[in-house]
Design a protein around this ligand. Structure first.
Ligand SMILES: NC(=O)c1ccc[n+]([C@@H]2O[C@H](COP(=O)([O-])OP(=O)(O)OC[C@H]3O[C@@H](n4cnc5c(N)ncnc54)[C@H](OP(=O)(O)O)[C@@H]3O)[C@@H](O)[C@H]2O)c1
Length: 314
């Protein structure tokens, strides 16, 4: 991994330039650095899917979206590249950051919160939801959004994240080291699990879900050293099971952002408002200066409980 200096081309047409101030360093960045991420298989990429920054230029489209030069903005990129000091991009990837939200905290949200919300949309009207990895950044937001809708939520993970505490939310945990955990999860959910939001790809998740239900895959953990190959194989298997019992859906937010731009902007703007108003609590940011990006990756490798590493750009 290296810090490189490149000259950025000026914005063309309706593009805008953003000076990035903060960018999350998430588990996906760690996976990509280790060579296990399907969407970045070749070395030489710039990590980072999401960011907060300041709009340096404006265009007719940014003005139409209410985004003027000097505005604080946040966004998710369809490909990585946010661990940089500046970006030139379409303003349709950007939303304004509410005044009440610090940039550090806002930077923990775009990718994780959009992933949580899109995964729940794919779960449809399911009233009982199993959240694999509820202790993680995405899982804890899935739980908050689902509980807010009065759905029954059960989870797997080592512990409940502190982010649930301000909302007085309790999620019963099944221990995924127990071979009978799918049955335990169903029991904890009152006998029926109508949907699972799964970041593991474990076949046990299917066992936990009703035959008429849905498994939404946000990730496939895979085997150490073979994560990329396993993710490709398991994605193909999920696609083949899209009409199965339960049916399966792959939730790939980078593609969703690319295809559904207005829906993405509405969703992200609403989620940032929720966080600003205290209706949604993301993980706490652990801010590391960009100059210490290697230290930031070392911290991210340790997966600090309840915290998201956020790079502060110079
Ligand atoms: N589909 C998409 O578009 C999309 C978008 C964002 C993220 N993701 C993926 O979603 C997954 C979760 O992201 P996140 O930001 O919530 O990650 P995170 O904060 O690190 O949480 C990971 C969760 O998985 C559990 N886990 C168990 N064993 C693990 C292991 N060996 N390594 C890592 N985690 C383990 C953790 O449980 P314990 O710590 O309690 O054991 C934790 O609950 C990642 O795989 C990420 O790449 C997908």
């Amino acid at each position: 991994m290296a810090i490189t200096h490149e000259t950025l081309r000026p914005p063309r047409g309706n593009e805008v330039a953003v000076r990035i101030t903060h960018a999350a360093l998430s588990s996906t960045d760690v996976l990509a650095r280790r060579g296990g991420y399907v969407l970045q298989p070749v070395p030489g990429f710039v990590p980072g899917y999401d960011f907060v920054g300041v709009l340096e230029t404006e265009s007719a489209v940014s003005a139409a979206l209410g985004l003027r030069a000097g505005a604080r903005v946040a966004g998710v990129l369809p490909r990585m590249g946010a661990h940089a000091t500046r970006l030139v991009l379409s303003p349709t990837f950007l939303v304004a950051v509410p005044d009440a939200l610090t940039s550090e905290r806002a930077a923990t949200l775009p990718l994780t919160a959009v992933t949580a919300a899109v995964a729940l949309r794919y779960a449809g009207p399911a009233r009982s939801i199993l959240v694999q990895g509820v202790s993680g950044a995405v899982g804890s937001l899935v739980a908050q959004l689902a509980l807010r809708d009065d759905r029954v939520v059960v989870g797997t993970g080592s512990a409940l994240p502190p982010a649930l505490a301000p909302h007085g939310l309790d999620v019963p945990l099944a221990d995924s080291r127990d071979p009978d955990w799918p049955a335990r999860a169903r029991e904890l959910a009152g006998g029926s699990v109508e949907a699972a939001i799964d970041d593991s790809g474990s076949p046990c998740v299917r066992e936990a879900v009703d035959p008429s239900g849905v498994v939404v895959h946000t990730a496939f953990a895979g085997r150490a050293g073979q994560r990329r190959e396993d993710a490709v194989r398991e994605t193909a298997s999920a696609v083949l099971h899209r009409f199965g019992h339960p049916r399966e859906v792959v939730c790939a937010v980078p593609f969703w952002v690319l295809r559904r731009r207005p829906a993405y902007r509405r969703l992200l703007a609403g989620l940032l408002d929720d966080a600003a108003d205290g209706r949604l609590t993301p993980f706490d940011p652990q801010v590391v200066p960009f100059d210490s990006v290697w230290e930031a990756h070392r911290l991210a490798d340790q997966r600090p409980a309840g915290r998201t590493i956020v790079l502060a750009m110079p």
